[in-house]
Design a protein. Structure first.
Length: 77
């Protein structure tokens, strides 16, 4: 797949973004691993794939923050 420059100035490709999205999805606990259809995902634009990736990164960050807050609840002052 052709490379392009993302909104963050990184040189990437649709295939790289799809792989990153799949990897991010597999960081969330599920019953089975996520496997994306490359042919279906490649129909999306680079901007759409970036948006999906960025949304997953925000969700992952939110989960980390919630987990830290939960763990802090066990700390005695």
């Amino acid at each position: 797949m052709d490379s392009f420059i993302s909104k963050n100035g990184e040189i990437t490709s649709k295939d790289a973004l799809i792989a990153e999205i799949e990897s991010l999805l597999n960081t969330f606990p599920t019953a089975s691993p996520t496997a994306l259809s490359r042919s279906v995902m490649s129909m999306l634009s680079g901007e759409e794939l970036e948006h999906i990736r960025d949304s997953l990164l925000q969700k992952k960050e939110s989960v980390i923050v919630r987990n830290k807050e939960w763990l802090k609840g066990f700390v005695n002052d």
